[in-house]
Design a protein around this ligand. Structure first.
Ligand SMILES: C[S@@+](CC[C@H](N)C(=O)[O-])C[C@H]1O[C@@H](n2cnc3c(N)ncnc32)[C@H](O)[C@@H]1O
Length: 383
């Protein structure tokens, strides 16, 4: 556990989930800069405060005395907030959590925005909060300088008003936007993605993709290869009544699996609230008569052990700004628990990532089902 020293106090903070040898902190220099700025410029931390995209609740914990609302698309961020409030003896009710599909309840006095990785997400979020902003609302955004581009500032100018940046401190910068009455551009989200012409299905699906959904503008080439392989290998020759789309994004993998297995129950799981909601919209539109589950959680946390016949997974290679295969490894380990004996985990991944070795070590078997220059599709059975 590391200690954040801020003008508001000292706070013991962890990332979520806690990993024993994790050397990464639960906050960055931009969080420190925001907290320092709030103190120096004597901005009253009372009134209605909204904190957006706080990675693990560091800002919200430090400002909990002002009863802020934290808005995030991430289940991990929500859990991080709960954990960090608890370990600093702050009652959970001090910070209200709302997910990225919700809106604040009242006009806002102060908005603190950590710039998200995705430009589309920032655009959607500025549109989302715009109706709750008054001329007197103070808007401060922060990020590491490398995440602030000209088009980031333009977005603030287009949706909020005149915008300027601070000097860099420890490679972080702040953005200040003055609220201006203006005619607003339309919120383009969610986007529509047409699957017409895809070879892995004869049906004509139109997907609805929220702003933070993976590959929202076009079909991901790894997912396409995965779905073509499921079709060519006639995956439905194995019986599966309970199927999980793990890291579902817009749910396209589970949607096509539902075609192959007309009697199966599908469970769509992702840590992004927008992903889970897109999967829900897309599945219900394609199969209005079928029931399915849609869950925001960390990998397969909370799902019953020995319950699934088939898990389909296109693992992420980053969590927020940290790149690596650690989430894939966690997904594989948890899949082993949640699969029934004889159940199979199918994975698509970049050839160079070495998932084959990891799966073989974990499950004792792994078949290379298909491969091209870039991707492999692997199958491992729980014995
Ligand atoms: C490579 S995308 C695949 C999306 C979709 N299945 C597809 O093929 O288009 C990986 C997905 O994993 C999700 N993810 C990342 N970390 C996760 C976690 N800890 N638990 C559950 N899902 C996670 C991401 O939000 C993302 O939607």
């Amino acid at each position: 556990m590391e200690q954040l020293n801020a003008p508001q106090g000292q706070f013991n903070l962890n990332r979520f989930p806690v990993k024993p040898k994790d050397t990464l902190r639960a906050w960055d220099a931009a969080d420190e800069y925001i907290l320092k700025h709030l103190d120096n410029s004597l901005i009253a931390t009372d009134g209605n405060i909204l904190i957006m995209n706080d990675s693990f609740g560091a800002l919200s914990t430090a400002l909990a005395h002002a009863k802020p609302t934290m808005l995030s698309d991430s289940y991990l961020a929500e859990q991080g907030l709960k954990q960090n409030l608890e370990q600093n003896d702050i009652t959970p009710g001090q910070v209200c959590f709302i997910n990225s599909l919700q809106t604040p309840e009242k006009p806002l006095d102060l908005v603190l925005i950590k710039i998200p990785k995705s430009h589309a997400m920032l655009e959607e979020q500025l549109h989302r909060i715009r109706p709750f902003i008054r001329p007197s609302t103070i808007i401060i955004a922060g990020a590491m300088s490398k995440m602030i581009h000209t088009n980031t500032l333009r977005l603030f100018e287009r949706i909020i008003g005149p915008t300027k940046t601070s000097l860099a401190v420890k490679k972080a910068r702040l953005i200040f936007s003055d609220v201006e009455e203006m005619s607003l551009p339309e919120n383009p989200y969610p986007l529509t993605l047409d699957l017409k012409g895809e070879q892995f299905t004869r049906n004509h699906y139109t997907l609805s993709n929220h702003a933070n959904v993976f590959s929202r503008e076009s079909m991901d080439i790894g997912s396409r290869f995965f779905l073509q392989t499921l079709q060519q290998e006639n995956i439905a020759s194995d019986e599966a009544l309970s199927i999980i789309d793990l890291g579902c994004g817009n749910g396209v993998v589970g949607l096509i699996a539902a075609e192959h297995f007309p009697n199966a129950h599908l469970h769509f799981v992702d840590e992004s609230y927008m992903a889970v909601d897109s999967a829900r919209i897309n599945f219900q539109r394609a199969f209005p008569e079928r029931e399915a589950c849609f869950t925001a959680t960390d990998c397969l946390s909370g799902l019953e052990a020995n319950s699934a016949d088939l898990i389909l997974n296109n693992p992420p290679f980053h969590q927020q700004n940290v790149v690596g295969d650690f989430i894939a490894q966690q997904m594989f380990r948890e899949s082993k628990k949640v699969l029934k004996k004889g159940g199979a985990l199918w994975v698509v991944g970049n050839r160079h990532l070495g998932y084959h070795t990891a799966l073989k070590r974990l499950m004792g078997n792994c078949t290379l089902v298909a491969g091209n220059k870039k991707f492999v599709v692997l199958k491992a059975v729980k014995r």
